[in-house]
Design a binder for this molecule. Sequence first.
Ligand code: CMC
Length: 429
Amino acid sequence: MTEETATLRVGDKEYSLPIVVGTEDEVGIDITALRQQSGCITLDPAFGNTGSCKSAITFIDGEKGILRYRGIPIQQLAEKSRFIEVAYLLIWGELPTQAQMSRFSEMLTDEALLHESLKHHFEGFPNTSPPMAMLSAMINAISCYHPDVLPCETDAQFEEAVAHIVSKVRTVAAFSYKMSRGEPFIYPDPRRKYVNNLLYMMFTVPHHAYDASPEIERAMNLILLLHADHEQNCSTSTVRMVGSSQANLFASIASGVCALWGPLHGGANQAVIEMLEEIRRGKMDIATCIKLAKDKESGFRLMGFGHRVYRNFDPRAKILRKACDDVLTYLKRSDPLLDIARSLEDAALKDSYFVDRKLYPNVDFYSGIIMRAIGIPVNMFPVMFAIGRLPGWIAHWREQRCTPGARIARPRQIYTGPCQRDFVPMDER
Ligand code: CMC
């Protein structure tokens, strides 16, 4: 797809750099040979202008608010598909046939149980442990029990590894919730579908089996599939980077969970609800919240607002805003936090600070309200995001691994420390 070249002048020398054009006409200047030719590197802290790879998984046009998985618009998937079908699409590139779907579902059912010894690992955590800490630790622990699937060298090994990780992460999530509640673990039920089983394992207690209604199951499916991939975001780039050292799938995914945990990324859904709760409890009003978010000295940000790529609207937030209404109407409930969220959104979108910087609600602004309505506690929100993002992480890990000539990811730097100096013995310092 290389068409023209770009010319770069450094001092009195000119360098010709190939231009790469993607299938959606995105243009990149290929600088892979720049240092070799010129001795210069490019500097782009936080990678705002750096393409780290070519990828055929997800397309985003941040200006137009477009998000497509393997070419299919997110709106169509949100309306017509469910999480596990979307997972298949992302990982293997095509929507599954009935036979492929059945096979994948059966493999997920077969791999849902954790090795019994893994329960002792859970018992080693204090019950106040953050669920994301348990999740990342347990993903590596799981791999110790399945060394046979770790090499992922053949398609069959990869398929097995995918089934293990997608299915067992759900069981780990439910068990970590049970741990925090001091309730007995509920084993996966092989008759239930993926999302229904997740909610069953979380909310069933020995004297009462929880059975999610189709509406609740649908809402949870929606949340997971809307999170399923988002091209080179922080956690996915982490997974690709770790995978580039040829670390196994489980180790790479565990590192993705850690990257996701931060409040600027997957921890934002939790931070949004905590912010809305503060407003509800009267600790802060909407005007103060907006004022603080605009004040750089305050260190406060309007959580659930802004995005590196979306500069118009986040299509996922649009879908979830409507889904909040649907879920609360179905449950015949209102949530004061939804009213506060809407007022906050209205106030921010009238304020020139947010308008000028093109800051809009992102996926995390409304997802927490739906999860709250379902009964999921806030500290589990990032875990739900992680379950949702798994297919994307897996797809990117695989794509990176299968790229011919892939090299270990290893950025460079511009050194700004002291120039060479001599060691000073302790008694002379
Ligand atoms: N509240 C107040 N100001 C903001 C916010 C915000 N939420 N987001 C960006 N800004 C300001 C920022 O201070 C900067 O101002 P200035 O130009 O005067 O220096 C300008 O807007 C551009 O922001 P940026 O920090 O350069 O944007 P970024 O692309 O580096 O960061 C972000 C993107 C999502 C980390 C950021 O918008 C943010 O911190 N949002 C709140 C946390 C959040 O909701 N995260 C979830 C992201 S979506 C799901 C996911 O991918 O995990």
